[in-house]
Design a protein around this ligand. Structure first.
Ligand SMILES: [Zn+2]
Length: 347
């Protein structure tokens, strides 16, 4: 009965054809932290689909990120332990709409956090997925970062994460890096935890996550203030670290530089639809500076600029004149820039 009430609300909203955010009534969904067993309060697949569809704004690009994120979170919570149906709806919407994709990621973070609060973190990770750019996975590690896990927990998480990564492109290794920084607050100790992984690529992604969390945490709920980033990015990585860790750290620098570009783009209102003409030049200048910063890393230049190019907001590549302005501004990487931008933009 609960489920049918929700469906009616959702269907009603859809039939009105307005912006389709259905704020789920807390009394209908229930409090996940009070569940006595995983799976309590879950909805059937078709109801989850209705919930999920109601989170996708029409027209594309409309709505507010917080409303989309809340709706995504509520849908995942209502789905219990099976994220397949919601994941299908959100994945296809995120492919069409980068704006939705960002909000979906934030909502999934919150859902992952709720999941980790009601079950063992390794169990939560094992039923998780890469949906919404691994937001669920990241949320589990957000929650973990606020606790003091023992080594056995890190070890188990690393092993579950490596299994998950073999199945799908889940970014759990970088999530573990985020949590490792929050728990330790010390680069060498956090990177030591990254060495719990057996695979080079997982270690490297974990080390990148350490730098992301150190300098640009998505949330600062754990109460650890961000570190002050040195002006000279060459001072960031420990060159004596394991090669996998050093490689990941240099990717992390590229990500941080791209994150600066994303922040500038956001302030110039360049992330939704067409990029304002006046925004192209400042974005191109910042991009050129970022490429120059990567080039100061010598043998780390390739890792840094690769991550810079893959982490620049896709919206900037989708706008053809902006893509051209960015790629021609940084001559040392303009060829790679065009290749990667074209691949990301799909044409
Ligand atoms: Zn995230």
């Amino acid at each position: 009965m609960k489920a049918s009430r929700v469906s009616i609300v959702a269907l009603l909203a859809m039939s009105l054809g307005a912006s389709l955010f259905v704020a789920l009534d807390d009394t209908l969904v229930g409090d996940p932290s009070s569940s006595t067993a995983p799976g309590a309060n879950i909805l059937a697949g078709e109801d989850v689909r209705t919930f999920a569809l109601a989170c996708v704004p029409i027209p594309q690009g409309s709505g507010t990120p917080s409303a989309i994120a809340d709706c995504v979170k509520d849908t995942f919570v209502a789905a219990g332990d099976d994220f397949g149906v919601a994941g299908e709806v959100f994945t296809s919407a995120a492919k069409r709409d980068p704006f939705f994709a960002d909000a979906c990621h934030l909502g999934a973070h919150e859902a992952g956090r709720a999941l980790a609060l009601r079950m063992d973190p390794a169990d939560a990770l094992s039923i998780s997925s890469s949906v919404c750019s691994s937001g669920l996975v990241h949320g589990i590690f957000d929650a973990l970062g606020e606790t003091s896990p023992d080594f056995a927990t890190w070890d188990e998480l690393a092993s579950v994460c490596e299994d998950l990564r073999r199945r799908e492109p889940a970014s759990c290794a970088d999530g573990m890096g985020h949590a490792a920084w929050d728990v330790t607050g010390d680069v060498a100790s956090a990177e030591e935890l990254c060495l719990t992984f057996t695979e080079y690529s997982a270690r490297s992604e974990c080390a990148e996550g350490v730098q992301m969390q150190r300098y640009a945490p998505a949330t600062e709920r754990a109460g650890r203030p961000r570190d002050e980033r040195p002006l000279d990015v060459a001072e960031i990585c420990r060159i004596e670290a394991d090669p996998s860790i050093l490689d990941g750290c240099r990717h992390g620098i590229g990500w941080l530089l791209a994150n600066d570009i994303a922040a500038l783009a956001d302030s110039l209102d360049a992330l939704r639809g067409a990029v304002p003409v006046g925004a192209r030049r400042p974005l191109a200048e910042q991009f050129a500076n970022a490429a120059a910063a990567c080039s100061t890393l010598f043998d780390g230049e390739a890792a840094c600029s690769h991550r810079l190019l893959t982490a620049v907001p896709v919206a900037l590549y989708l706008d053809r004149p902006t893509r051209d302005a960015l790629c021609s501004s940084a001559q040392t990487i303009s060829v790679r820039c065009r290749e990667i931008a074209t691949a990301y933009a799909g044409s």
